[in-house]
Ligand binder design. Sequence first.
Ligand code: AMP
Ligand code: ZN
Length: 115
Amino acid sequence: MTDECLFCRIVAGEIPATVVISNERVLAFRDISPVAPSHVLVIPKEHYPTAADLAKADPALVGEILTVAHQVAEADGIAESGYRLVFNTGPDANQTVLHVHCHVIGGRSMTWPPG
Ligand code: AMP
Ligand code: ZN
C-alpha cells in the first residue's frame, strides 16, 4: 500500500469503485471512463508499478490476474464474443496509473492496431 497510489486507495476502500471480482490477491473493478460496453481493470492488491515489475517479482500473480480477467469476461458475457487484454506499460504506452492493471475490454468489435 502506498498512500499516494490511486489503485492502492481503491484496494483499501478509501476511494469507491464498482467491484466485479475480489479474491485474496486480485481485485477487478469497472473503469471510470469505459471505452467499450465492458471495461474492467484487474489489479494485484499488492503494489507493483508496472507489468514488468510484477512479472519479475511474482510470476504466479501474473497468472492469477489473467485467470481473473477471464472470469470477468465470463461474468460480463463477453467470453465467447471476445475481448482485449491490455497492460499499458511506460510512457509510450501512456500508462497513467503506476499500479499495474490489466484492462479487460469487450462488448463491441475492435480494430487492430489500436491508435
Ligand atoms: P492506463 O492509462 O493504462 O494507466 O489506465 C488507467 C485507467 O484507470 C484509465 O482507463 C482510467 O479511466 C482508469 N481510472 C482512473 N481513475 C479511476 C478510478 N477512480 N476508478 C476506476 N478507474 C479509474
Ligand atoms: Zn498501488
